[in-house]
Design a protein around this ligand. Structure first.
Ligand code: NZQ
Ligand code: ZN
Length: 394
């Protein structure tokens, strides 16, 4: 069992009308001038943005607004946010939206408190020592950024998507009202659940499989999400199951399902090249890669895949054929992805055949010019990455 630190400092305020507490929470966490950061249109259309701004006004908290964050959030907008915060003397960022808005806020938070280009943080050239505090009003459960230490930013110059993790960036508070997710379209709902499940699967498929509490919790969460997604796809206004998904998304990426084990993250690394190059929805990209990754690496720990098949995917255990049982679990996951409208290969993801040149370019980027490996269950070199992309091309 690996030694571990569990650090989840975010104050979670969960439930109906929880956004009504926004002004008092900002004050409690020291904000005196706020950047309200948001996305394209959903928070405007639903009236949430106006409500939040009204509550800040009533609470006597001055603020400036910056909208326009797109999925796979762009560096250029974060750079505009950094300038705006400096000009306006902002000392607290409030993200109203999902992973993209929160990640853009994290990038702005780093940038305001450093000299030089914030992209250097994502390139690993600079380690931030401080950042502006931030918090969020979550509108889509998926990325888990509302409690995580990570952010992922796309630099339009070269379509490079890079992640950076630092405990400084864990939000001070996260307001989560499941009713705010009723308007999510089916595709975003399904991609969100795919992403959150993957956050736990990236940790579950490990060689350190002696931390039973972590494994049992992971399996319970995965089963809950599988169950809940069908309920909300059938009835988008099902509060009970929207709430399971919203809380599940946080628990599956706040470190809880990684305690005592090593994590892998190869599927995420392989996917980031897909969303960097084709601007696809992150969760859908994960579904397109995972089955091929799983088939490629399962021999590293067949018994773990057998356990997943039986305990998560309800596959009968054929004790005479562990590999067969493991494979049937991967096939069951593919059926699950299709049932919720997710792709299971790159062709289904981007709607055409990917070219060999495009695969080579993704391998180059994912391996950082053939200098880095990724993954832990099986350490993937550039050749392995290429083999998985080829298997996943469809
Ligand atoms: O821009 P608007 O109009 O708000 O539309 C958004 C967006 O198009 C829409 N949406 C959000 N809330 C809605 C809604 N539509 C209707 N009703 C609502 N209540 O949903 C779309 C997707 O939003 P986005 O914020 O992009 O989704 P998500 O939370 O999945 O975030 C994805 C980003 O997070 C990164 C991904 O790589 C991707 O860039 N990740 C961040 C992580 C982290 N920080 O820890 C970990 C993840 O693995 C992931 O990599
Ligand atoms: Zn993810």
């Amino acid at each position: 069992m690996k030694d571990f630190k569990y650090y989840a400092p975010t104050e979670v305020v969960f439930g109906k009308d929880s956004e009504n507490q926004v002004a008092q929470l900002v004050k409690k966490h020291g904000g005196t001038k706020v950047l309200v950061h948001y996305g394209g249109q959903s928070a405007v259309k639903s009236g949430l943005l106006d409500k939040i701004c009204g509550l800040l006004e009533e609470g006597g908290i001055p603020f400036v607004k910056l909208g326009g964050v797109v999925p796979n959030p762009r560096l250029s907008l974060a750079q505009r946010g950094i300038e705006l915060c400096r000009k306006e003397g902002v000392d607290f960022i409030l993200a109203v939206g999902g992973g993209s808005v929160i990640d853009s806020s994290k990038c702005i938070g780093y940038g305001v408190c450093m000299e030089g280009d914030v992209w250097d943080v994502y390139l690993g050239k600079v380690t931030p020592k401080k950042m502006l505090p931030l918090a969020c009003v979550l509108t889509i459960p998926a990325a888990g950024s509302e409690m995580s230490e990570s952010s992922v930013i796309t630099n339009e110059d070269g379509d490079v998507k890079l992640g950076y993790s630092n405990n400084l960036s864990r939000p001070k508070f996260a307001i989560m009202n499941p009713e705010r997710t009723f308007t999510l379209p089916p595709y975003q709902t399904a991609a969100g659940v795919t992403d959150m499940m993957m956050h736990t699967m990236e940790r579950y498929f490990t060689k350190d499989d002696d931390m039973d509490i972590t494994t049992d919790m992971a399996e319970a969460l995965l089963r809950s999400m599988k169950n809940a997604v069908f309920a909300v796809l059938k009835n988008p206004q099902d509060y009970r199951y929207r709430a399971q998904i919203m809380w599940g998304g946080s628990l599956m990426h706040n470190g809880l399902t990684g305690c005592g084990i090593s994590d892998d993250w190869a599927t995420h690394q392989l996917e980031h090249e897909l969303s960097g190059m084709f601007d696809v929805t992150h969760g859908a990209g994960l579904a397109a890669v995972w089955p091929s990754w799983a088939r490629y690496v399962m021999h590293e720990n067949v018994s773990r895949f057998v356990r997943f098949s039986v305990n998560v995917m309800d596959v009968p255990n054929d004790f005479t054929d562990p590999e067969g049982t493991a494979l049937r679990g991967i096939e069951a996951m593919e059926r699950f992805y299709h049932a919720i409208g997710m792709p299971i290969n790159i062709k289904e993801l981007i709607g055409r055949n990917i070219t060999n040149e495009e695969i080579k370019e993704m391998v180059r980027k994912c391996s950082r010019d053939y200098q880095r490996t990724c993954g832990c269950l099986k350490v993937l070199k550039a050749d392995d990455m290429e083999a998985i992309y080829m298997m996943a091309r469809g």
